[in-house]
Every structure is written in structure tokens, then in C-alpha cells.
Write a protein that binds this ligand. Structure first.
Ligand SMILES: [Mg+2]
Length: 266
């Protein structure tokens, strides 16, 4: 594990549960990121949350004490924009998502519409601005146009909050499944797209890339399907019991990413 990790040139970090927990920054995080930079290596933060913009994340990390620029992030919104550029260029999008998601898609040249007669493709995100009109319109589109492209930024059923969780993109897609029997094409983790696109951006091969996260069914699975080295940290959601019961196994398991820092320094 030590030799493999020393050869890694790109570290793709999950954020919550890996570098901080809620609003508490882990004490090793700043030194870990500084050490990676000082060794001439790269890191990026990967998030499935498509409700916030990259600017929002820069602000959030700054408040926690992590200096970051927009280039340090890779969000499921960005990955979805790249996917749409490749497969649905010039299509008009009906977006069930926040203003931030719509802005990301507009920035990439897509026309956003709220008119079902004008829609070529449906995009689902983690929509903290969800309305019944959007559910109504998408139900109409899925039922009247069974072949319409239907894409979702991320598969998560819930998004953690201070009091537990709220419904995320996957739960809303389930509501629409009950109506239409259709499932979207999903872009975020556990699909390999985000790590693969991040590697393409950084110019590294899978063997030189590590995915580090606290969830097996999103972080680790996306890394495994992208062919990257995977590190599960037990500082967030996953317990030893969950790990033992899981079919998908990471290459390495650490109590926290503090152990990664020790290996890089050692
Ligand atoms: Mg996490």
C-alpha cells in the first residue's frame, strides 16, 4: 500500500466524512493538502452534490480553513455538463435543479427551458428549489415522449443534514419512476465518469490516481469502476461491519486520511 500510494500523482478526495465532518475540519487536512502540493502532486475535491456551485464550495472550504480555487473541484454538475456536451449538444434542457446547476449548464452553452413543448432533454439534480410544477412537467414529458433523453446528476437518495437527512436526487427520480417506469442515466459517483473526467483534466492514468472517500457505494465504487487505486477512510459513514458485509472492497482501508499523510511524509 505504501509504495502504491507514493506513486500516486492525483488524489481525488471526497469531502464530507473524509476531509471534514459537517462543519468540523479534521486536524490533519490542511497539512495533508499542503504536503501533496509540496511534493508536486495534484488533488481535487469530488462531490455528487449538484445543488451548490463551485463558487459556493470555495466559500464553504474557506470558512472551514481550506484555501481552494475553482480548479480544485469536480462536481456532478460539471461532469453532467461534459456528458451532455458529448451526447446531447445543442439540445434544450428542462432542468429539475437549482439556479446553480442551471448556471453551470448555461455556462457550457446549453439553452434552459421551462416550456415542455420546447424541451429536448430532461436533467435531474439535487433540487433544493423543487416545485410541484417541475414534477408535473417532467411526468408529462416522460409519459408523452417515452424516448426523451433523461439524465440525472447523482444517484444519492438522501443528503446529510445536522438533523439527519433530506431527500436527494435519487429519491425524486424514484417518485418519477412510480409515474413513468423510467430510470435516468446517472452521471455522479458510483459511475466512473467523475474520476475519469478528472484524470483527463489532470492528465494522469488510472494507475497514478487514487480515490479517497468514506462511502463504499459511491466513492469507492466510482474509483474501482474507473480503474483507480481506492482508499476507504473510516472517519465518516462506513463502519468495519459495513465494510465486512460489502461486496465492493477498497484497495486500502484507513481509520482516517491522517494515515495517508503519514505515508506521504514517511
Ligand atoms: Mg463523504
Amino acid at each position: 500500500m505504501e509504495n502504491t500510494l507514493k506513486n500516486i500523482r492525483l488524489f481525488l478526495f471526497d469531502m464530507d466524512g473524509t476531509l471534514y465532518l459537517g462543519s468540523r475540519l479534521f486536524d490533519f487536512t490542511v497539512e495533508l493538502l499542503d504536503t501533496i502540493k509540496a511534493q508536486g502532486k495534484k488533488y481535487m475535491f469530488m462531490t455528487n452534490n449538484s445543488s451548490k456551485s463551485v463558487e459556493d464550495y470555495v466559500t464553504k472550504l474557506a470558512a472551514l480553513g481550506i484555501e481552494a480555487t475553482e480548479d480544485d473541484f469536480f462536481t456532478s454538475s460539471q461532469a453532467t455538463a461534459l456528458y451532455l456536451l458529448e451526447h446531447h449538444k445543442n439540445q434544450r434542457l428542462y432542468v429539475c435543479g437549482t439556479r446553480s446547476l442551471k448556471a453551470e449548464l448555461s455556462k457550457n452553452g446549453f439553452e434552459i427551458t421551462e416550456d415542455t413543448a420546447d424541451t429536448d432533454c430532461i436533467v435531474m439534480g439535487f433540487d433544493t428549489e423543487l416545485t410541484f410544477k417541475k414534477l408535473h412537467d417532467i411526468s408529462y414529458l416522460l409519459l408523452t415522449r417515452p424516448d426523451i433523453p433523461y439524465i440525472a446528476t447523482n444517484p444519492d437518495y438522501v443528503c446529510p443534514t445536522e438533523f439527519g437527512s433530506v431527500p436527494d436526487c435519487g429519491s425524486v427520480c424514484d417518485m418519477l419512476f412510480n409515474v413513468s417506469r423510467r430510470r435516468p442515466i446517472v452521471i455522479g459517483k458510483p459511475q466512473p465518469e467523475m474520476p475519469l473526467l478528472a484524470m483527463a483534466k489532470a492528465g494522469t492514468a488510472p494507475a497514478e490516481t487514487a480515490v479517497i472517500g468514506d462511502r463504499i457505494y459511491t466513492d469507492i465504487k466510482s474509483g474501482l469502476s474507473a480503474g483507480a487505486y481506492t482508499v476507504l477512510v473510516l472517519s465518516g459513514e462506513t463502519t468495519r461491519e459495513i465494510l465486512d458485509a460489502s461486496f465492493d472492497k477498497p484497495h486500502a482501508v484507513m481509520d482516517s486520511a491522517a494515515q495517508l499523510l503519514d505515508i506521504l511524509k514517511g
